[in-house]
Write a protein that binds this ligand. Structure first.
Ligand code: MN
Length: 289
């Protein structure tokens, strides 16, 4: 298992100095990689990011959520075309940085929908994602479809729904991306989604139910890490946490980050890595008993 941390634990800005601090801190704490938000790949300084990642010898993954004007599940052709352009640019940025994963809500807008998804919209999204997946495959990049709760998409809210979507998509380099924060809202438990997804689970986010310190909420992490272990999951695991102390104007607002759950990023990140390693260490002893 590779442990990463979302850049928003460190900074809401992506200028050179903020990026340097985020990458340096991630490396110093001992994470294996950093997950960079690519909500706007057109303004993202990929050259600087690439140079800093090389300087600190740290791999990166990237994630994003589409918005209303780039929603590929829209019935409007112009909107889904704008989404396709953004996703292709995000894949190019990941490739430039030598990354292997682009994940998140890349199949719809990250927002509360006021109506169910339409068949035409779903078809639109699938056709765009097939082209983006092929573009990614040519660069050795895997796409992760993050299963999020009902207030953040109307396309898929459970692992089972993600598998049905993947079946229709028909691309091997697209995997399910589970997140404990969202699972807590939508799934029956923390074991069955991992079992159901099997080897099509390819990316994981670890977050508390309130998105603060791991272990200070009600997520059954023991159950989840046992399930990952039994499934033989060995992919990326990113710690994701948000507080009003670190703000990205777009993402923080969309996610409803109004509370100050922590203010010391370094302490939070160190604690989270220790917590995840400790969970993993514990479940690794199961087979020996
Ligand atoms: Mn997540």
């Amino acid at each position: 298992m590779l442990f990463g941390v979302h850049a928003l634990v460190w900074t809401g800005a992506l200028d050179a100095e903020s990026l340097r601090a985020a990458i340096r801190n991630t490396k110093e704490v001992g994470y294996d990689f950093i997950e960079l938000p690519l909500l706007d790949p057109f303004s993202f300084d990929v050259t600087t990011a690439k140079r800093l990642l090389a300087e600190y010898d740290l791999p990166a993954t990237a994630s994003l959520g589409l918005n209303t004007s780039t929603d590929i599940s829209s019935e409007d052709a112009e909107t889904s075309a704008a989404g396709e352009k953004l996703l292709l640019a995000a894949v190019d940025a990941v490739r430039e940085m030598g990354g292997a994963y682009l994940c998140g809500v890349i199949y719809s807008a990250l927002r509360k929908y006021m109506a169910p998804a339409t068949e035409r919209g779903v078809e639109n999204g699938l056709s765009v994602l097939r082209r983006v997946a092929d573009h990614a495959a040519a660069a050795g990049i895997t796409l992760g479809l993050e299963v999020v709760n009902r207030y953040e998409t109307n396309i898929m809210n459970t692992g089972r729904e993600a598998l049905r979507y993947l079946d229709r998509l028909g691309r091997d380099n697209v995997v399910v991306h589970l997140d404990t924060y969202h699972m807590n809202i939508e799934e029956p438990d923390f074991t069955s989604p991992v079992e159901i997804c099997g080897d099509r689970l390819g990316y994981v986010h670890i977050g508390e139910n309130h998105r603060g310190y791991l272990g200070s909420g009600n997520i059954a992490f023991g159950e989840f890490f046992r399930a990952l272990h039994r499934a033989g999951y060995d992919g990326p695991v990113t710690f994701e946490s948000f507080s009003s102390a670190v703000v990205d104007e777009e993402l923080s607002r969309m996610l409803g980050i109004w509370r100050n759950l922590w203010s010391d990023s370094r302490d939070l990140a160190e604690h989270a890595l220790g917590f995840m390693r400790s969970q993993t260490h514990a479940v690794e002893t199961i087979g020996q008993q």
